[in-house]
Write a protein that binds this ligand. Structure first.
Ligand SMILES: NC(=O)C1=CN([C@@H]2O[C@H](COP(=O)(O)OP(=O)(O)OC[C@H]3O[C@@H](n4cnc5c(N)ncnc54)[C@H](O)[C@@H]3O)[C@@H](O)[C@H]2O)C=CC1
Ligand SMILES: O=C(O)C(=O)[C@@H](O)CO
Length: 310
């Protein structure tokens, strides 16, 4: 046994938001030693209260063997890895970066090459399942990387995921699969909002629409998961509108690079962009229905305290 494998596995999680907090907590609950990192002191305090350790900058994760990156977008990933307080130059050679944020496949591929040049391994490991599955350690992980990277990540993957899809030996393939998921997820959320708006405009009871559709052929995972937020009038973000502005822009850009038109995804992107432009970018992605509300004047269900004027 090498000296390193005798040490307690130290895991770092950068980005303690909707997905990172749940994932980091699930790892803690499985008995792993986890240090969380976030620019938000509030997020760090919450993680410490859950039993973890925390640091304010990625550079302070030098002791970690594996670092999960669960920040929002490609620019933040770049900052966390290679920025002034980035983690890469502080990690021991042979450490593993598990890149879980949704980024362009081309960026994931380049990151693999750059991290390899720094003596680090990378698992391209985007995630799916939402905040609830992150918290319960039951995510789906769409992963690609070398056999050595998979072997190093095994304990962490076992603790955070119900399904690990091993898609290839090179970073970029996992992110390609995630982009397929994001095209579907974004279109399904926008379509769920449009369908609910039409039903409400026709005078149907929103609760009845939900009950009937979730037992009929028009249902989708996203309809079932997101429409309850509309019914309760609660747009607290579990996944924000701006996440889909980001992801559907990646779909659009990747399609352009490959000369593949994605007209249905483009239409959904316009709706999320309109929602963001109208000031709902940080609200739950189901708030895309508010675009239809503004255009048609439909009345949406209100949160209990809103109804009381609170
Ligand atoms: N929310 C969801 O349901 C899902 C999200 N994803 C993807 O997971 C990633 C994370 O998404 P969410 O958790 O929803 O985002 P979020 O906005 O809730 O959390 C991101 C966290 O990263 C932190 N952060 C940003 N820059 C940082 C830096 N330089 N150093 C340290 N911390 C930093 C923020 O303070 C925030 O707490 C995104 O790429 C998203 O597309 C994937 C599947 C589901
Ligand atoms: O879980 C996923 O997959 C998702 O991407 C969504 O929940 C929204 O980001």
């Amino acid at each position: 046994m090498s000296k390193r494998s005798e040490q307690t596995l130290q895991v770092g999680v950068v980005g303690l938001g909707a997905m990172g907090m749940g994932t980091a907590t699930a790892l803690l609950q499985k008995g792993l030693s986890v240090t969380g990192c976030d620019i938000s002191a509030n997020a760090r305090d919450t993680f410490v209260a859950a039993g973890g350790s925390s640091v304010a900058t990625p550079a302070e994760l030098a002791h970690c063997h594996i670092v999960l990156v669960v920040v929002v977008n490609g620019a933040q990933v770049e900052q966390v890895l290679f920025g002034k307080q980035g983690v890469v130059s502080h990690l021991a050679s042979g450490s593993l970066i598990m890149q879980c944020a949704t980024v362009a496949p081309s960026q994931a591929k380049q990151l693999g090459e750059r991290l390899g040049a720094e003596g680090l391994m990378m698992l391209d490991a985007p995630i799916s399942g939402g905040a609830a599955k992150a918290k319960s350690g039951e995510l789906s992980v769409m992963a690609s990387g070398t056999p050595e990277a998979f072997s190093c990540a095994q304990t962490v993957l076992d603790a955070m995921a119900a399904n690990v899809y091993r898609l290839g030996d090179e970073p970029g393939i996992g992110s390609s699969m995630k982009l397929v998921n994001q095209l579907l997820a974004g279109v399904h959320i926008a379509t769920a909002a449009e369908a609910m708006a039409l039903g409400i405009r026709m005078g149907l009871d929103p609760e009845v629409i939900y009950k009937v559709i979730t037992h009929s052929a028009g249902n989708s995972w996203m309809f079932e998961n997101r429409v309850p937020h509309i019914l309760s009038g609660d747009y607290t973000p579990l996944s924000a509108v701006d996440i889909f502005v980001k992801d559907l822009n990646i779909v659009h850009q990747t399609g352009r690079e490959l000369a593949l038109a994605t007209p249905v995804a483009a239409s959904a992107l316009q709706q999320f962009t309109a929602a963001s432009g109208a000031g709902f970018g940080r609200e739950d992605d189901s708030a895309v229905i508010k675009v239809y509300q503004r255009l048609s004047g439909i009345t949406l269900p209100e949160a209990a305290n809103d109804a009381l004027g609170g």
